[in-house]
Design a protein around this ligand. Structure first.
Ligand SMILES: *Cc1c(COP(=O)(O)O)cnc(C)c1O
Ligand SMILES: *[C@@H]1O[C@H](CO)[C@@H](O)[C@H](O)[C@H]1NC(C)=O
Ligand SMILES: *[C@@H]1O[C@H](CO)[C@@H](O)[C@H](O)[C@H]1NC(C)=O
Ligand SMILES: *[C@@H]1O[C@H](CO)[C@@H](O)[C@H](O)[C@H]1NC(C)=O
Length: 567
């Protein structure tokens, strides 16, 4: 036994003794077989992983992923070097303090309530304080200066919503026997939205607190379905990179691996063959947007649907933003594309009643082709000491008042009301789009992203810093949305913006002229680009865009969230 000569004596003896008896030999054999099996399983697992990585991203794609990962890691280490870390921290802190000064009112004149008043205020006192809070200095959404954000259905509708709140202030749908009216309204809301999206027989849905919760629920039910029916323990989903970030949140909360698929120029729609290559036995959900938030583009939902149907994988279509506009585009006389349950592969849809449904904030719906998926989002606890407990979504107690507000909005608007709003909103989007495409002062420097069909129009610039344009518009009182990858800005048209569209175009013309002039002067005087004075948007995205590891941005964003809770 030359091989065993290096074993310690005692071990060698047992080993030899075992080898001599037939039983001992069997034991050694068994251990070896077991070891080999474990090794082979290990090998198989990693070969499988490698195979699906290469199939999904290709050789060059995988190499690029590895390169980016290495760059991020190395840059992360660089950021943690003692000298660098303190410098970065000082800058982050300074920025957060600046932010705080902007968001949190300070000074001797500001009255703060940091503990409960020992004796309650009078009604008059509360009313006066509320009035002051309402009229604090702000970006004027009332004058249509804010992109998206306020999906207002008009003053009369708001008054009706407030009345509905008053009647259902204490209502909570968790007690359907106590508040039967709320249960009825909630069921009717789901049914009305289902019919809007051409749901087939047997379709169902639930109401939620917003688009994010609707998306979370759709991802959860897809994950649970795959786990219970196919035994998938390492779930993955495939998203267009433009899909709402709530899907990434779902990935983080529910441990679903997220694959992002590029949405490249000139169409900016999800690249179908990339989606198809990323499919593997762990895939639990495909996603498309109709339309997406950044560019207002509708993905190729027909193509996704064919893929999903063929592979028997759920497909979620995010119509949170499209909400009550996209189903009515054709009826309002605009061009549309297929996106709803009429496509066989579409298994779930999220639709925000609190966007273009004009319901009060905190309301959305998620619809399913059949109960086959919905049952997996329910939470049921049969043996709790508090009693048998069942709830449909994340929240336990829920505000019945909001449901009443939502129901009142839907039935008050009616189909004709929503078609009318669609006319105005999509019409204003077209007007802004056409101005940017055709006005020579704008067309020379701005370019529309893809071909938007709904309420959002995004544009970028190949000649000017688009973030300078965003900042300059900010100085004129506009709040437009800054986008990244690629750098761009968008306007999400709402009813208040409809009336301000002409002013928006006029101001944009002025601003582009101004930024062009500034840029010309800068080049003439030879000031380096870095030396130019930048506004907030340009400063943030200018820096963030160039960083391989965005941990500084993460720190800044965290500081921002902390600031929200400072009195
Ligand atoms: C707004 C939006 C959501 C989610 O909305 P919240 O209601 O803010 O949670 C999801 N998807 C798209 C495309 C959206 O525009
Ligand atoms: C790698 O990073 C660059 C720049 O940060 C980005 O443009 C590119 O898309 C990334 N590639 C992949 C494969 O993620
Ligand atoms: C990015 O940098 C941070 C901070 O240095 C680090 O914690 C993080 O792990 C880095 N990210 C990657 C992917 O390496
Ligand atoms: C409205 O909002 C509440 C709470 O945010 C939610 O529980 C309820 O289901 C929503 N109802 C509708 C009809 O969207």
């Amino acid at each position: 036994m030359p091989g065993s000569s290096r074993l310690p004596v005692s071990l060698r003896d047992t080993f030899n003794a075992q080898k001599q008896s037939p039983r001992g030999r069997l034991l050694v054999l068994n251990i070896e077989v077991l070891r080999n099996i474990i090794f082979i399983l290990f090998l198989l697992r990693w070969t499988r992983k490698l195979f699906y990585q290469l199939k999904g991203r290709g050789l060059t794609g995988s190499a690029a992923d590895l390169y980016n990962y290495t760059r991020r890691t190395l840059y992360g280490i660089f950021l943690r070097l003692p000298g660098v870390r303190s410098k970065v921290k000082a800058q982050v802190d300074a920025t957060i303090i600046k932010l705080e000064q902007k968001l949190v009112p300070s000074g001797p004149g500001v009255e703060r309530t940091t503990t409960l008043p020992a004796e309650g205020w009078t009604d008059e006192h509360v009313r006066k304080a509320l009035k002051e809070l309402e009229t604090m200095d702000h970006t004027r959404w009332e004058d249509g200066r804010v992109s998206g954000a306020v999906y207002h259905g008009g003053d009369a509708l708001m008054k009706l919503q407030t009345e509905a709140f008053g009647q259902f202030t204490v209502a909570n749908p968790i007690h359907p026997d106590v508040f039967p009216g709320v249960r009825k309204m909630e069921a009717e809301i789901v049914s009305m939205v289902l019919s809007l999206f051409n749901a087939p027989e047997g379709a169902c849905g639930v109401t939620t607190s917003g688009g994010t919760e609707s998306i979370l629920m759709a991802c959860l039910s897809a994950r649970q379905k795959a786990y219970h029916e196919r035994g998938v323990t390492e779930p993955e989903m495939i998203l267009p990179e433009t899909a709402h970030t709530a899907f990434r949140k779902a990935g983080e909360y529910f441990k679903i691996k997220v694959h992002l698929v590029a949405c490249k120029a000139p169409h900016y729609k999800v690249h179908l063959s990339s989606v198809s290559r990323l499919l593997n036995p762990n895939t639990v959900l495909l996603v498309g947007s109709a339309p997406n938030f950044p560019h207002g583009i509708i993905d190729d939902i027909s193509g996704l649907s064919r893929l999903a149907h063929r592979q028997k994988i759920p497909l979620h279509v995010d119509c949170c933003l499209g909400s009550f506009l996209i189903p009515l585009l054709s009826k309002a006389g605009f061009e549309s594309e297929p996106f709803d349950f009429r496509l066989k592969g579409v298994t779930s849809i999220s639709c925000d009643t609190h966007k273009y449904g004009f319901a009060p904030k905190g309301n959305s719906t998620v619809l399913y082709r059949s109960d086959d998926l919905r049952k997996y989002q329910y939470f049921i606890s049969p043996d709790w000491c508090g009693g048998v407990y069942a709830s449909p979504s994340i929240a336990g107690s829920r505000p019945g008042a909001l449901i009443a507000g939502c129901w009142a909005s839907l039935v008050r608007q009616g189909e004709n009301g929503y078609i009318d709003a669609c006319h105005k909103i999509v019409g204003a989007r077209q007007k802004i789009e056409i101005a940017i495409r055709e006005k020579p002062e704008l067309a020379s420097d701005l370019k529309i992203v893809g071909r938007p069909l709904v309420s959002v129009v995004a544009f970028l610039s190949e000649t000017l810093d688009i973030y300078d344009i965003a900042d300059a518009m900010g100085e004129k009182g506009w709040h437009l949305n800054a986008l990244q990858n690629p750098p761009a800005i968008h306007v999400a048209v709402t009813l208040p913006i409809v009336a301000a569209a002409d002013k928006l175009i006029a101001d944009l013309v002025e601003v582009v002229e101004e930024v062009r002039e500034r840029e010309r002067k800068r080049v003439e005087s030879g000031v380096a680009k870095k030396g130019a004075v930048k506004g907030d948007t340009a400063a943030l995205y200018g820096v963030a865009g160039s960083l391989p590891n965005k941990s500084v941005v993460v720190d800044l964003a965290k500081g921002f969230l902390d600031t929200l809770y400072k009195v």
